[in-house]
Design a protein around this ligand. Structure first.
Ligand SMILES: Cc1ncc(COP(=O)(O)O)c(C=O)c1O
Length: 416
């Protein structure tokens, strides 16, 4: 069925261009840098562009050592290994996260202990962490949902009291801050993603942030196939050899050349994301005031980079109906994580639906709206108009730009 849109008189018409959920924003220097990498002939890993990316992240975010990786998942897997996690160990983690936050340590035999999230930020609830600590607990893996920092001071304090490692999954949080500190720079280790859905992208890519200096040497070894080649390249050993069980976790120079251009344009990209965020908030605020949805919450201690824009609906039925309605009108809006504790793997650890009611409820009500650097205000307006129409709220521009009853009637038609 082809997508349609609502005309001012409420009549449906085919949409000229669908609005995707996401689209990478290429600003200009990416191809130039890739060409430069190719021209020099050095396209394997850890060349000038890889070093440029790492240095930029270290300097800008105050991170002790950044090691570029092929993905955030690779960085998380390195982090889990650096925490020395083993079979029988327990790791505290929110259930509302991406699969690899947990699989990074599950593959080493450690067991996830899922904890509820806060209803405002959807980040792990620090008030519930301590109850989950047992004598087997070794680490906490919090995530910064949508680039809004989790309660790192509380989490670090609990970790200090119980001598636990903290790995901050800041996949979504590059260039976002908590109390002035960069996300990813606060735990013993942190992980970034540059996957094409993020603000700063290179297709597939990531970085490991090593904040505990005692972990740097082993991190370099694990990332480079378990060898001490990095030391050899620095002239610290005469030849390099196999010293630990590592993997191949270095991205190519081509990837890092593309990423370097994105990182250098970080301020422009973030400013644009903030503009998009402001526009959605402006358009949807009346619906929030009418109690029809809730906008993303950014606590005062957090500085967001506005990676994504989500709304929370009253219930799963409204969310699913609105999502289908938007799709029918050419707008791709999507839900997010299926809570890990109710996944087939989560159930293998003994979890069942109902174990984390808040997480399950919030996961069922969230809807993420199209958000990417090149989205236009007119496209955002169309998304907002459709949401307004579906929810039966008052038009966000004061005067509604279309015959509201006709719109509602049209919505009911497609709502079977
Ligand atoms: C919280 C979180 N962790 C980890 C990842 C995995 O990132 P990557 O695709 O770079 O491996 C993602 C990806 O979206 C994520 O959102």
């Amino acid at each position: 069925m082809s997508a349609t849109s609502l005309r001012a008189d409420g009549v449906e018409q085919p949409v000229s261009a669908a609005i995707p959920f996401t689209k990478p924003w290429v600003l200009g220097r990416e191809l130039e840098y890739v060409a430069e990498a190719v021209r020099t002939g050095a396209i394997a890993g850890d060349g000038p562009f890889t070093r440029r990316c790492a240095r930029l992240l270290e300097e800008r975010f105050g991170i002790r050592k950044v090691l570029m990786t092929p993905s955030c998942t690779a960085a998380l897997e390195l982090a889990a290994q650096l925490c020395d996690l083993r079979p029988g160990d327990e790791v505290i983690v929110p259930s509302y996260t991406f699969v690899t936050t947990a699989s990074s340590f599950v593959r080493l035999g450690a067991r996830p202990v899922f904890v509820e999230i806060r209803p405002d930020t959807l980040n792990i609830d620090p008030g519930r962490i301590e109850d989950a600590v047992t004598r087997r607990t070794r680490a906490i893996f919090p995530i910064d949902y949508a680039g809004v920092g989790c309660d790192m001071d509380e989490i670090l304090e609990i970790a200090r009291r119980h001598r636990l490692r903290v790995v901050e999954d800041a996949a979504q949080g590059v260039n976002a801050f908590y109390k002035g500190r960069a996300l990813g720079s606060m735990g013993d280790l942190g992980a970034y993603s540059f996957h094409h859905t993020k603000n700063l992208v290179c297709g597939e890519g990531g970085a490991l942030c090593v904040n505990d200096p005692g972990l740097i040497e082993r991190a370099e070894i694990l990332r480079d196939k378990g060898t001490d080649r990095t030391k050899f390249l620095r002239g610290q050993v005469e030849k390099y050899t196999w010293v630990d069980v590592g993997s191949s976790s270095i991205p190519s120079e081509i990837t890092c050349a593309f990423l370097a251009a994105q990182l250098e344009a970080m301020d422009t990209i973030t400013a644009r994301r903030r503009e998009i965020d402001r526009h959605y908030r402006h358009r949807l605020a009346p619906l929030e005031a009418a109690g029809l949805l809730r906008l993303p919450v950014v606590p005062p201690q957090c500085e967001s980079h506005c990676r994504a824009f989500h709304i929370l609906l009253e219930g799963a039925g409204v969310r699913d109906g609105l999502m289908a309605f938007l799709k029918r009108h050419g707008v791709s809006a999507v839900f997010h994580f299926v809570p890990l504790h109710v996944s087939p793997m989560g159930r293998q650890f003994g979890y069942r639906p109902g174990d984390l009611p808040l997480t399950e409820d919030l996961a069922g009500r969230i809807l993420r709206l199209p958000s990417f650097g090149t989205i236009t205000a007119a496209q955002q307006d169309r998304v907002a108009d459709l949401i307004t129409a579906y929810l039966g709220g008052v038009g966000a521009r004061g005067a509604v730009a279309y015959s509201f009853s006709a719109v509602v009637a049209a919505c009911q038609e497609v709502e079977v």
